[in-house]
Design a protein around this ligand. Sequence first.
Ligand code: SAH
Ligand code: DHB
Ligand code: MG
Length: 223
Amino acid sequence: MSQERWTAVDHYITDLFVPSDPVLDATLQSSVEAGLPDYQVAPNEGKLLMLLAQIHGARAILEIGTLGGYSTIWLARALPEGGHLITLESDANHAQVARANIAQAGFADKVDVRFGKALETLPQLLEEGHSSFDFIFIDADKPSNPEYLQWALKLSHPGSLIICDNVIRDGTVIDANNSDPSVQGIRYFNELLAAEPRLSATTIQTVGSKGYDGFALAFVLGE
Ligand code: SAH
Ligand code: DHB
Ligand code: MG
């Protein structure tokens, strides 16, 4: 099996389940034009995020890692009337592009793009009383994943859902001696996730247009 085949099958899936979407197409185009990296989730993954948030009935969503707002817009589509989403981004250019894309998508009133390093903006959220997110999507710098998991626990409640992107990274995650800080961050994150008594979690490997990767899904239990 090759990348070419995975990409072709992703196109097949996307043509069936995520047909023409002018809002998201415009988001991707403006992201390319602004020189953003091609790190956003694939269309079928974006729709999965939306479906998970809808199934969960999420009213308050936190995203760590905005980029151009692609996954943000998918998640915002899941919000009911009165729902809100806060997304954290440390790159000023990414945050600016995302704000424009989110406004263009009609979610300026529901989505708050917070500029700054997440490890600095997360404590601010807690201070402001945002301690009860229903759904948290972790998708920023991978070395910080273990700390993001601890923050996700602080900012959620029993019944919340935590999703983390890019937890397989071409399978390098099984190399205990890999010196890449991202691989080490993901390995430690996975170990914390597995050992945390307040969470029930699993991980799914994926292939597709974005290569070979995977995501983790965790349900926050009661004390
Ligand atoms: N969730 C997006 C993709 C995010 S890519 C989507 O699927 O559409 C990862 C993003 O995290 C990048 O925009 C990067 O600038 C941002 N990032 C990296 N380090 C960060 C940090 N310390 N705090 C907040 N954001 C960070
Ligand atoms: C990277 C980050 C992502 O969120 C992603 O989906 C792919 C790659 C990265 O920083 O390399
Ligand atoms: Mg990602």
